[in-house]
Design a protein around this ligand. Structure first.
Ligand SMILES: [Zn+2]
Length: 86
Protein backbone atom coordinates (compact mmCIF):
# COMPACT_ATOMS: atom_id res chain seq x y z
CA UNK A 1 0.00 0.00 0.00
CA UNK A 2 1.35 3.39 -0.99
CA UNK A 3 1.98 5.96 1.71
CA UNK A 4 0.00 9.17 1.54
CA UNK A 5 2.98 11.35 2.32
CA UNK A 6 6.14 10.21 0.57
CA UNK A 7 8.51 12.74 2.12
CA UNK A 8 7.96 11.13 5.52
CA UNK A 9 9.65 8.01 4.21
CA UNK A 10 13.24 9.01 4.95
CA UNK A 11 12.32 9.46 8.63
CA UNK A 12 11.21 5.82 8.67
CA UNK A 13 14.47 4.31 7.42
CA UNK A 14 15.75 1.62 9.75
CA UNK A 15 18.60 2.80 11.92
CA UNK A 16 17.55 6.42 11.86
CA UNK A 17 16.92 7.52 15.41
CA UNK A 18 16.28 11.23 14.87
CA UNK A 19 18.00 13.67 17.20
CA UNK A 20 19.87 10.83 18.92
CA UNK A 21 22.30 10.65 15.99
CA UNK A 22 24.26 13.17 18.05
CA UNK A 23 26.51 11.67 20.66
CA UNK A 24 25.23 13.80 23.53
CA UNK A 25 22.06 15.59 24.41
CA UNK A 26 21.84 19.39 24.37
CA UNK A 27 22.26 19.72 28.12
CA UNK A 28 25.16 17.24 28.42
CA UNK A 29 26.96 18.97 25.56
CA UNK A 30 26.83 22.29 27.41
CA UNK A 31 27.78 20.63 30.67
CA UNK A 32 24.58 21.74 32.40
CA UNK A 33 23.99 19.91 35.68
CA UNK A 34 20.86 21.80 36.73
CA UNK A 35 18.11 22.73 34.28
CA UNK A 36 16.89 26.15 35.40
CA UNK A 37 13.13 26.66 35.38
CA UNK A 38 13.71 30.40 34.78
CA UNK A 39 15.52 29.68 31.50
CA UNK A 40 12.33 29.95 29.49
CA UNK A 41 14.09 30.26 26.14
CA UNK A 42 15.76 26.86 26.49
CA UNK A 43 12.68 25.17 27.91
CA UNK A 44 10.46 26.54 25.15
CA UNK A 45 12.50 24.56 22.60
CA UNK A 46 11.34 21.38 24.35
CA UNK A 47 7.65 22.25 23.95
CA UNK A 48 5.28 21.91 21.03
CA UNK A 49 3.42 25.06 19.99
CA UNK A 50 0.49 23.66 21.98
CA UNK A 51 2.63 23.58 25.10
CA UNK A 52 3.21 19.83 25.30
CA UNK A 53 6.63 18.45 26.17
CA UNK A 54 8.50 16.79 23.31
CA UNK A 55 9.39 13.14 23.74
CA UNK A 56 12.97 12.11 24.40
CA UNK A 57 13.24 10.81 20.87
CA UNK A 58 12.12 14.16 19.50
CA UNK A 59 14.12 16.42 21.81
CA UNK A 60 17.26 14.25 21.75
CA UNK A 61 17.70 14.51 25.51
CA UNK A 62 19.26 11.72 27.52
CA UNK A 63 17.11 10.07 30.19
CA UNK A 64 18.57 12.09 33.07
CA UNK A 65 18.32 15.44 31.30
CA UNK A 66 14.80 14.75 30.08
CA UNK A 67 13.80 14.13 33.69
CA UNK A 68 15.47 17.38 34.79
CA UNK A 69 13.87 19.25 31.90
CA UNK A 70 10.46 17.79 32.77
CA UNK A 71 10.75 19.02 36.33
CA UNK A 72 11.94 22.45 35.18
CA UNK A 73 9.09 22.77 32.68
CA UNK A 74 6.49 21.80 35.28
CA UNK A 75 8.01 24.25 37.74
CA UNK A 76 7.99 26.98 35.08
CA UNK A 77 4.34 26.24 34.31
CA UNK A 78 3.43 26.61 37.97
CA UNK A 79 5.28 29.93 38.04
CA UNK A 80 3.31 30.98 34.94
CA UNK A 81 6.46 31.28 32.81
CA UNK A 82 5.26 28.59 30.41
CA UNK A 83 1.74 27.61 29.37
CA UNK A 84 0.03 24.39 30.48
CA UNK A 85 -1.76 24.54 27.18
CA UNK A 86 -1.92 27.04 24.34
ZN1 LIG B 1 21.88 14.75 28.95
Amino acid sequence: MARKNDNRDDRRKPGFVGARDQTQCRFCRRGIKYVDYKDVETLQRLLTNRGKIYSRKRSGNCAGCQRKAKKAIKRARYMALLPFTA
